[in-house]
Design a protein around this ligand. Sequence first.
Ligand SMILES: *Cc1c(COP(=O)(O)O)cnc(C)c1O
Length: 500
Amino acid sequence: MPFFRCYKGKTEHERGRTEWGMAAIPEGPLHGGPAGAAELGAQLRAAVAEMARWMSEYGDFAPHPSQDVDMAALRQATEELRTRLRDNYPFFHPRYAGQMLKPPHPAAVLGYVTTMLVNPNNHALDGGPATAAMEKDVVAQLAAMFGFDQHLGHLTSSGTIANLEALFVARESHPGKSVAYSADAHYTHARMCHLLGVDGIAVPTTADGTMDPRALEELLRTGTIGTVVATAGTTGLGAIDPIHDIVALARNHGARIHVDAAYGGFFRLIADDRADGVAAAPFTAIAECDSVVIDPHKHGLQPYGCGTVLFRDPGVAKHFLHDSPYTYFTSDELHLGEISLECSRAGASAAALWLTLRLLPLTPDGLGAVLRACRRAALDWAGRIDGCEQLTLYQRPQLDILGYYPTRERLSEIDRASAHVLTRGMHLPPAQALFVATYTVDAAELAARGHRVRADLDRGRILRSVLMKPETEQHVPALHQQVLDLLADAGEGQPSSIDG
Ligand SMILES: *Cc1c(COP(=O)(O)O)cnc(C)c1O
């Protein structure tokens, strides 16, 4: 009985769901995670029925036998799929406090699957007018969140492609000039500069892993920099470059400013300097920058395949102009493919984001409440680490990513103990397993942050936890204790057998 269950003593039958597509409104909310699985199943079933009804308006036709699959074979193959999918980490669970991974919101799943049945292509209005309109709508919402008074932008299949587009426009508008990004910026900036044939220059960071404005100024004085990339939330530790200072410096030297907010962009919703918010100044300064990238598939509750690039000057469209004889024909209205480097893109991505934002809007009380819980989790855990001797905070979290390490004298011991927590934690039985990540630091980075560690290795691993699920907040005391327990059974100073 996959989709039928009792809800407060009533079956779905009693709640009027016997007819395909008649999804009665249940009394409770639609939860994320396994708690919401039955309701999501019912909603999906209704969505499939509704879309089939729309299709049938065009008249019945016989399906071609070449695409028919045998039901027994289907059952076997899907069983195999589910078995293979068990080879995964439980990204959905609060005890997964590792990398930047979590499942999409069920509303996004519903929006995606419903739309995928039609499979519109947002490259052109002819490929899907409804989802192209939804894309323009969500892009406008994101632009408004950043305070852009006008904009040009679109969704992309990832943050990498979105950054590539921003750097492409940077190159076209400042030909022959270089691009500067911080040494801790995402690695794809160097790669994309290489791809574009542009010189990319890494600017040194200060002790907290943010771009050093003095080093940037020195570089800008050479007159060779056409664009500065500021990162709002580095992928490693969530460090936020001082965008408010960078804007003034770059403007003085006639350089463009692009903000890579792929990870941190949605924290704009809680950039209010409050105790459980994040710093306002760098986020409000994004409104003055030339372009920004934000990934709805990171903190926007979306499945992979959803990045965004926004330009403040709609005039940059001239860099994308092209004419193809086979795509655009329905109207003089803007086709999204005319302003993007990619061609085919899933209209389902736009629909999923549109539906999600209808329910959890870009406001402090809407999606902002999710980010605030993540932020509180990071602050709470940082406080616990500060208050215990066994662990040391690597640096203060600016968002919801923690860097911390087992307190030891030597870097080799820190590395070994961190690897032990990582490996031992994930090999516990599922009902107890703990998932953290590691982050590699060098002796100079430790010293810059005032850590007195004997550098008997050039580089070593510390612990890193991305706390991007709001549920984590309730689990911080237990997570902290579990890291301590794993350390206690490491055997002080003893090499652990499992991590060699
Ligand atoms: C994740 C990330 C990227 C790359 O985005 P993808 O969507 O993974 O391609 C770029 N910059 C930053 C800061 C990121 O966190």
